[in-house]
Design a protein around this ligand. Structure first.
Ligand SMILES: [Zn+2]
Length: 297
């Protein structure tokens, strides 16, 4: 595993040809991506370096010296063998063009055991309903997600998952809602997890209670400058299945007692390497998969 820093800044802040300035500190095109076209008055530059690479401190010193603003996004990268050997992997959809779905589209939820303040623990009771305006984002894909980590797979992939013997997995139908034409069922399924993990170890990083709800399941911030590391105690893994969700729910919430107006935070999916393999074999490349960390406590 290595940790990389992805540094974003405005190339114009370098006060010179960004390519030449970056090459002067050894950052060639292998690590520096410079946007071809300016965005307004800005030229986006991304430099990706291993955090142990001496060019990183040179670059940050240069940006500081030029008075530039930058964003420093850290993440862990794993070798294939490390991913294959992990007990569980976080499953994140990388694509920006998600499909909006959930309570505001008419999906129903049982709130009897959910937090009255934030809605964490809302239990979905209907098919997933998505917005007709986002339907094009499913075209040409075999898997996708809503902005709330509702995982969607096409029905052929759902069949492969169901027949794989993967445990803890179930499926719901997916419907699309059109403003004037009602609902239509899609040849897609929502992937659901039966098992909720225990709360994570406090040794997890970049998962910080920021504005925690009294239920403690929502209100986290995940700062960019620290790699997200999901840590569990070895004993937390006793009851895992191939598909699980976290006890913690991430993202903003809006819940004032009316489900049809709610926005719920959502748990992260944690799956075994076996599930990842099925997605990869189906040609799905829009998810990132990162091993969890396990500590003895
Ligand atoms: Zn709550």
């Amino acid at each position: 595993m290595i940790t990389v820093a992805k540094i974003w800044f405005d190339g114009l802040a370098l006060l010179g040809d960004p390519r030449a300035v970056l090459e002067s500190i050894g950052c060639g095109p292998d690590v520096a991506k410079i946007a071809d076209a300016p965005v307004g008055e800005r030229v986006d530059v991304w430099v990706t370096l291993d955090v142990t690479d001496e060019r990183l401190s040179k670059l940050l010193a240069l940006l500081q010296e030029r008075g530039a603003k930058w964003r420093d996004i850290r993440s862990d990268r794993f070798a294939e063998e490390e991913i294959e050997a992990a007990p569980l992997l976080t499953m994140w959809f990388n694509f920006d063009d998600t499909v909006f779905g959930g309570p505001r589209m008419g999906t129903t939820y049982d709130m009897s055991e959910a937090c009255k303040r934030c809605g964490a623990g809302a239990r979905q009771t209907s098919a997933m309903i998505i917005d007709g305006q986002d339907l094009h984002n499913l075209e040409g894909r075999r898997a996708a997600a809503t902005p709330y980590d509702d995982m969607l797979v096409d029905e052929k992939l759902a069949k492969v998952l169901a027949e794989s013997g993967a445990t803890g997995i179930s499926f719901r139908g997916v419907f699309v809602a059109f403003a004037k034409r009602g609902h239509m069922q899609l040849p897609w399924r929502q992937l659901c997890a039966a098992h909720t993990m225990p709360p994570m170890s406090p040794r997890s990083t970049a998962i910080k209670p920021y504005n925690p709800c009294s239920c403690r399941r929502t209100g986290f911030e995940t700062p960019w400058e620290i790699p997200v590391r999901v840590v569990y105690r070895a004993s937390d893994l006793a009851d895992i299945h191939d598909v699980n969700v976290t006890w913690e729910w991430f993202g903003d919430t809006h819940y004032e007692g009316d489900v049809s107006d709610a926005l719920f935070a959502s748990p992260w999916f944690l799956v075994t390497p076996k599930v990842r393999r099925i997605f990869l074999d189906a040609g799905v490349t829009d998810f990132s998969w990162r091993p969890i960390y396990v500590v003895d406590e």
